[in-house]
Design a binder for this molecule. Structure first.
Ligand code: ADP
Ligand code: ZN
Length: 207
């Protein structure tokens, strides 16, 4: 299975991606995670990406496409993969179609009014788990692995606003792009819990 996970920032792509990858035994590829790993490692790509990420803008298409194209050449993706956060522009979608044959684009539709609180209240762990402060009851460590939780640097109101603008302008057109190819499935998240969203996602993927 070759999937794309589409959705605004804060839609819960990361949370659902982890679960989908585990249940369907496919590789989870997050361009955001790749960029953050590069920033942490102090690479050239990291240095370039940081300025865009901090501003809530897209890292240039050519750089991003090269990274994904290269990643899809690894042996581990032969059994299928899930792209989380890629493509994020029409250019990227057109490029992707030149080197990959995607089965389905799963669009997570979230209420825009909830996004700001969701993202600004997000606390993440290096292991990949994420939480919302409202459910932590004052705890500051990860329930899964015990490490200290932290707030992503781009999870502040100003950057979130820019990320939403970028999503609306650059990424939202991909909904029509994949619908026109008959490859779009939308899951409406509303006020569903992550478990409930995952159930709806599985209903789509099991078809
Ligand atoms: P979110 O979906 O919550 O905004 P991500 O971790 O997917 O978080 O992305 C964080 C940032 O990394 C984005 O705001 C953007 O700057 C950069 N980024 C991630 N994926 C891409 C991509 N496909 N193209 C360009 N920039 C990207
Ligand atoms: Zn953890």
């Amino acid at each position: 299975m070759k999937l794309i996970l589409l959705g605004a920032p804060g839609a819960g792509k990361g949370t659902q991606a982890t679960r989908i990858a585990a249940k369907y035994n496919i590789v989870h590829i997050s361009t955001g995670d790749i960029f953050r790993a590069n920033i942490k490692g102090g690479t050239e790509i990291g240095k370039l990406a940081k300025s865009y990420i901090d501003a809530g803008k897209l890292v240039p298409d050519e750089v991003t496409c090269d990274i994904v194209k290269d990643r899809l050449n690894w042996d581990d993706v032969k059994g299928g993969y899930l792209l989380d956060g890629f493509p994020r522009s029409l250019f990227q979608a057109e490029e992707l179609s030149k080197f990959a044959d995607i089965d389905l684009c799963l669009n997570l539709e979230v209420d825009p009014a909830l996004i700001m609180d969701r993202i600004c209240g997000r606390r993440v762990c290096a292991c990949g788990e994420s939480y919302h402060v409202s459910t932590l009851g004052g705890k500051t460590t990860c329930a899964k692995c015990g490490k200290e939780l932290y707030t992503r640097e781009d999870d502040n109101p100003e950057t979130v606003k820019a990320r939403l603008d970028t999503y609306n302008k650059m990424t939202a057109p991909l909904i029509d792009f994949y619908a026109a190819k008959n490859k779009l499935a939308t899951v409406v998240c509303g006020t569903k819990t992550p478990d409930e969203v995952f159930e709806a996602v599985c209903r789509v993927l099991d078809k």
